[in-house]
Unconditional design. Structure first.
Length: 132
């Protein structure tokens, strides 16, 4: 299962890299991923690894961005702003975000009720398309 997810993830990263996202949009996506990563009450090394991988590869944040406090900046974004930014993205980008959020939720191979609730909430709030 891990091998298929890696090649799938690489394809997804290519898709994201080819999507022109503003810095604010990239921060908003990072914000949603952090919420999912924290949803089960503890952010383990698997979540942290995936979070930094997505942030650096898919969202093109640099090491300097990290050192400059990009994660804190993403966390501090107001929910209304995140909602507006993500809701206004096109179908393909929203589908991509949905896939990344699910990937974050299942990274530790367990998806609990809090993660599920957070996912359902985001799908509704950001009007994300269903995964096929």
């Amino acid at each position: 299962a891990l091998i298929t997810s890696v090649s799938q993830k690489e394809q997804e990263e290519l898709i994201v890299n080819n999507m022109s996202l503003s810095t604010k949009e990239r921060l908003a996506i990072l914000h949603t991923l952090i919420i999912i990563a924290n949803a089960d009450g503890r952010r383990g090394s698997l979540e942290n690894r995936l979070l930094s991988e997505i942030a650096s590869k898919a969202l093109s944040f640099s090491l300097n961005d990290f050192l400059g406090g990009i994660v804190k900046e993403a966390i501090l974004m107001k929910e209304e702003e995140v909602q507006t930014l993500i809701s206004n993205l096109d179908f393909q980008k929203k589908l991509m975000i949905h896939k990344l959020l699910v990937e974050m939720a299942i990274v530790d191979e367990v998806i609990n009720e809090m993660e599920l609730n957070a996912l359902h909430y985001m799908v509704k709030m950001y009007n994300l398309p269903p995964l096929v």
